[in-house]
Design a protein around this ligand. Sequence first.
Ligand code: NDP
Ligand code: MG
Length: 384
Amino acid sequence: MTKKKHIAILGSTGSIGTQALEVMREQEHLFEVEVLTAGSNADLLIEQAIEFQPNAVVIGDATKYQQVKDALKLQAIKVYSGSDAIEQVVQMETIDMVLTAMVGFSGLKPTIAAINAKKNIALANKETLVVAGSIISKLAIENKVSIIPVDSEHSAIFQCLVGEPLEQIEKVILTASGGPFRGKDREFLATVTKAQALKHPNWTMGAKITIDSATLMNKGLEYIEAKWLFGLQNNQIDIIVHPQSIIHSLVQFVDGSLKAQMGLPDMKLPIQYALGFPQRLKNDFPRFDFANFSSLNFEKPDYHTFTNLQLAIDACAKGGNAACVLNAANEVVVDAFLHDKIGFIQMSDIISECLQKITFISSPTLSDLYHTDAESRILASELC
Ligand code: NDP
Ligand code: MG
């Protein structure tokens, strides 16, 4: 790379956002931070802005605007607030790539704005593809924009596909750690607490995705994400539980050959790969050592106990606005679970009820999806 790549990070104060900044700090000769955005964590946003000197920052929560503005008044940094500002700022001419690391449906509009402005996307915000995969994929093709996955499984598949035409894929195999409740039954799940669910065995992540990993909804969302990223049919996606999270996913080709991408569970690697693509950048992250792992294990997912996974696969097969309903209801129930309003098992019961009750639309427009999202949130909240 000769010219530095100018990156906008949407959600810079989160788990992916802060790790992306670590990568950019380590590779500062290659990357320039152009824009940082946060939801409400003004203190961290200010700290990041002072260190990385972006062109602009946006704080989603407008009540924090003055705090950020005052703290940065001696810096040559533009300060904006509100969700509309996030949509506008991603279109800045100086941006080469937008890392979408906001959480949930909130990432959809800025991602669309960035694609329309012809910015390449490093996509962490999987919910965007879950909700509007067909619209986003079409838009990316029309605007000649690359969507490079950050999610470790999809980064693994993407890396396995280098030099391989998509038509040669027989199937992809997504690996799942199984989460903290692997091997447990529904009776046990009925008793689990928020604190137990927030303890992921292999990864440290934001609260929402950590709960999604405990319910296996995360793997369901990733199943849908894989479909749209790689243009797959539903029968081309398999899931296998692999508790050590060393094989990040696999591709099986038409000749039966399997390629896997492996490494220690560390999100900085897929983040760096997406930001640096097509270059593979040298780093000093800890290396995997076979001597420390005498065995790698694999087992079938328990679809009966973790009903969210089956709900997501079914919503994907149904198509239309079904995955949008699933996502909205899931965001509401995860939030309710994190606020001790409902139990672990109730989460999937409520999502299932929303999927049955919300009107199905087979070919939704974007405005249909916004409507579906709002309607599903209301119903899910009532059911909580
Ligand atoms: P976090 O909750 O840690 O961070 C979310 C970020 O988005 C924060 O910067 C937050 O700001 C910001 N944000 C949240 N809501 C809004 C909003 N309404 N408007 C503006 N900004 C908002 O999440 P993660 O980093 O864990 O996850 C981000 C995305 O990446 C998710 O889609 C997740 O599924 C995906 N992902 C995450 C992985 C991980 O290891 N963490 C792995 C693979 C995918 P603030 O801090 O101010 O609240
Ligand atoms: Mg993942």
